[in-house]
Design a protein around this ligand. Sequence first.
Ligand SMILES: Cc1ncc(C[n+]2csc(CCOP(=O)(O)OP(=O)(O)O)c2C)c(N)n1
Ligand code: SF4
Length: 286
Amino acid sequence: MNNKFDIKNNSDIAWCPGCGNFLIRKEIMSVLEELKLSPQELVLVSGIGQAAKMPQYVNSNFFNGLHGRGLPPATAIKAANPQLTVLAFGGDGDMYGEGGNHLLHTSRRNPDITLFVHDNMIYGLTKGQASPTTNFGFETPVQNFGVFERPLNPIALAISLEITFVARVFCGHPEQTQEIMKKAINHKGFALVDIFQPCVSFNKINTHKWFEENTYYLKEDYDPTDRDKAFKKAYETMPFPLGVIYKNDGRKTFEENLHIYQKNDTPLVKRSTNLSNIKNEINKKI
Ligand SMILES: Cc1ncc(C[n+]2csc(CCOP(=O)(O)OP(=O)(O)O)c2C)c(N)n1
Ligand code: SF4
């Protein structure tokens, strides 16, 4: 592939052959090219997991943090330099389980960042334990009598939290996925794209065929700005709706609300820092 976001040595990519993550990587790289972004103006951020390896496999700036902790550094990077495009990547475990708390509070702040959750309904990296989106009754090496917790509904949760762009896609449909990835990146505010992704090694139930058979696309006349209707859509399963399910363009972003940008829109990282001024400010407060 001749793409400026491609890394030099693709053999370093440690995903199983046939994993849906390869498709997601190809899709995001095409979208970044199409949006005419450069690796220098882009930061990919993640925590831990198979999905969270994505930033290391795309030629750009990246920050790879702790499990579930991708969103706080992504928010901080955007606040320090709002001119950057900031994308966060993680699995359903990483973002809805270990990082669930950060999802809640990022939604309150509404930073202009995009979160891509590779939702394979399982913990892939640690070899097949249940994640928050694993289906009821699914047997795993740990949950060997079947999962008895109810699965989390990330779309309903996101709408209830007023995340300002909420979409679901299936990575097996590149054209539609890329279209929605583009819309999410262009959205001003916090965007969540839940990507159905087959894990060919540890999820033998929610396979490529299963996602094909259990999803459908929202019609052209569906209005994602109607929150009540979006809630109804969020609770539809088997088949699951794909597309932009909810959107709200009326909220200010985290960066816009920050005091430091009220009178001066120069990114924080481009302002000069005078240490003695900082010391004086601190001393004034004591
Ligand atoms: C705090 C913490 N808890 C648990 C782990 C072990 N761990 C690493 S990755 C992972 C699950 C990854 O699953 P998911 O986020 O769904 O991503 P996938 O690998 O399926 O893409 C777990 C439990 C860890 N590294 N840190
Ligand atoms: S374990 Fe699953 S998610 Fe991880 S690389 Fe293999 S197929 Fe992909």
